[in-house]
Design a protein. Structure first.
Length: 608
């Protein structure tokens, strides 16, 4: 059984007046609760994308790229070593080649040798390829010294990035980043792959105006063919799915579902045993992205990019099989590191209360896996976590993950301001960041970080909370609603997948796969207090004003429901017990049959 968590029901919001009359009332209320203010925000056509010209620096970027294409200059893509960087690199290479660039190459810094971004060291490696222009993808906004080194060698630099800038910006020849100062682009949540895709759209539009395609006698490319890569990178980087990102992801998923995805994504899905026609955004995040990221974590992301750039399925399959093997190796390393981390946490608990901000270090930890480890420990302890691994004999590399209420990059910035000697470099987002510090500064940094976290988070902020969409009527526990919710995506960060809670009686249970719990549940009434009132924190969805009349659908009629709880033990649980479950509606497909299944996120026994 999962650990105790606070279950909080999402406030219900009146539905916008322009929602369609035939929209399922549950879906209407879910969208309203996610701040969807108009039915237009649920439309995923490409015509609803924000025009690329609204990005600051776009005109300079397009002019620079156009000049390179006109003169046949050499372009080198320097990408980050994660899935966002890999997909962005593939988008840039494929798009530029289709637009008529004659010499396009790519380079991904090995994280163990060169670290992150366009460093002076990676510029020296890049110089061996004699580029006229370096285009950064998913990095560069902090590369002040790297841009200076490139210019010293006569190499121009175009930065495309989405990370938050520091106090000093690099003096690049052009820079596109929705988060740079003075940028008025309405969406600040584009992933790195989204930014470079926008640059390629703008470049194609400019080339049209100068009759480039007619002059060079090449067909104008359909850049929508790259949206599968854009969708993968956007989901993998866990950026908020605002309207723009939902359009990009929805369009990319549509191509994959129709069998039009690139050979690399098809191969990665095949090696994971997933059918392309049924995948959703979560499959990109939890199935494809970990396999792609395994290359950058354990070896070199060049293998992942080679997979995404493969033009034939057999070539992509060979890469995908190697990536799958690396991912299995990553899981094994992660498991060992988790065991060590939990031992360290127990020692901290015995010594004193856990600090509000955790820093963990072990000399044996793998630098490529500390980000995943930090995320796992954050989920267990419900507090910000930074895990460190040795970079060399002197330095440590850290990977940070945060919780709601703490902007992790801003917290690191505040630590750096108060203790200028501690951090050598850092960067990142609200919920994730990376940093480097001297090994002999670890303990001092831990104290400074915990102190900074305590300025922003109270003890009450550090409990495990599950935010749900309330209790469904029994009539809504139906396959039709599950399919409606699946089709209404993409769901993800900032537009969370619907999560419900309710009371059930356990009809049967058994362990499957050693650590998962297969259950048959039957809907039960909510427990009542001494006055006969339901104990729930908010009313059932059906007991408040509904947006529309109940849409027709097949009711369970109180019948038993299939459910599965992943990674949950059956401690002290027996048939006949009443439980409080937090769950998602899912469509289970087996031998051509589609049935309703509850995916249980949390399960706890309740008194009668």
């Amino acid at each position: 059984m999962s650990a105790h968590k606070h279950i909080v029901r999402r406030p219900q919001t009146p539905c916008p007046q322009d929602f369609p009359a035939d929209m399922h009332p549950v879906l209407a209320r879910l969208c309203a609760a996610r701040n969807v203010l108009s039915v237009r925000e649920l439309e995923h056509g490409l015509e609803h994308l924000i025009p690329p010209a609204q990005l600051k620096g776009m005109d300079a970027a397009v002019q620079l790229l156009s000049a390179m294409l006109e003169s046949g200059k050499r372009i080198l893509i320097v990408a980050d070593f994660d899935a966002d960087g890999a997909t962005g690199c593939a988008v840039a290479v494929r798009a530029l080649a289709s637009l008529g660039a004659t010499e396009v190459n790519y380079l991904v810094p090995n994280r163990f040798e060169y670290g992150y971004g366009l460093t002076p060291e990676i510029v020296q490696v890049a110089a061996q390829l004699r580029p006229d222009l370096i285009v950064t993808v998913d990095n560069g906004i902090s590369s002040v010294d790297g841009v200076r080194a490139a210019h010293a060698l006569g190499i121009k630099v175009l930065i495309t990035d989405h990370h938050l800038p520091g106090a000093v910006l690099p003096q690049a020849d052009a820079m596109v980043n929705p988060n740079q100062p003075g940028d008025l682009f309405p969406s600040k949540h584009l992933a790195g792959v989204g930014v470079i895709f926008y640059v390629m759209l703008a470049l194609r539009a400019h080339l049209r105006t100068v009759n480039w395609f007619e002059r060079r006698q090449i067909p104008e490319p359909n850049l929508a063919r790259l949206l599968d890569l854009v969708a993968l990178g956007t989901v993998a980087d866990v950026v908020p799915l605002d309207h723009s990102n939902r359009i990009l992801v929805a369009q990319g998923l549509k191509r994959i579902n129709q069998g039009q995805g690139c050979a690399g994504i098809q191969a990665l899905l095949q090696v994971a045993g997933r059918a392309t026609e049924n995948i959703v955004a979560a499959d990109l995040g939890f199935v494809v992205a970990p396999r792609l990221n395994a290359a950058g974590r354990l070896e070199d992301m060049s293998l992942g990019i080679a997979c995404l750039l493969s033009d034939t399925l057999p070539a992509a399959q060979r890469c995908a099989q190697r990536l799958d093997a690396l991912n299995r190796e990553r899981r094994s390393i992660e498991s060992q590191m988790q065991t060590q981390a939990m031992t360290a946490l127990e020692a901290l608990r015995l010594a004193a209360d856990l600090p509000r901000g955790l820093c963990l270090f072990d000399a044996s930890w793998h630098q490529g896996v500390i980000g995943i480890l930090a995320s796992r420990i954050k989920d267990r302890t419900h507090r910000p976590v930074i895990c460190f691994a040795p970079a060399n004999d002197i330095e440590l590399k850290g990977s940070a993950r945060s919780v709601p209420g703490l902007h992790i990059r801003d917290a690191l910035d505040a630590v750096a301001a108060r203790h200028p000697h501690l951090l050598q470099k850092f960067g990142g987002h609200a919920m994730a960041a990376g940093l480097t510090l001297r090994r002999d500064h670890f303990e001092e940094f831990h104290v400074a970080f915990a102190t900074e976290v305590a300025r922003h988070l109270e003890e009450d902020d550090l409990c495990g909370r599950l935010l749900t969409d309330g209790v469904l009527e029994v009539s809504d526990l139906a396959l039709e609603l599950a399919e409606t919710l699946r089709a209404a995506g993409p769901w993800g960060q900032g537009f969370p997948q619907p999560l419900f809670d309710g009371y059930f009686e356990v009809e049967s249970l058994r362990c499957v796969g050693e650590k998962h719990l297969k259950l048959i549940l039957r809907p039960a009434d909510e427990p009542r207090d001494g006055r006969g009132r339901a104990r729930s924190a908010s009313p059932r969805m059906g007991e408040v004003e509904r947006c529309r009349e109940q849409a027709p659908g097949t009711s369970t009629g109180g019948q038993a429901l299939d459910a599965i709880a992943f990674n949950q033990a059956a401690e002290n649980m027996v048939p006949g017990m009443r439980v409080h479950a937090v769950y998602r509606l899912d469509v289970n497909e087996y031998r051509g049959n589609r049935t309703l299944q509850l995916i249980v996120e949390h399960l706890a026994p309740v008194s009668a």
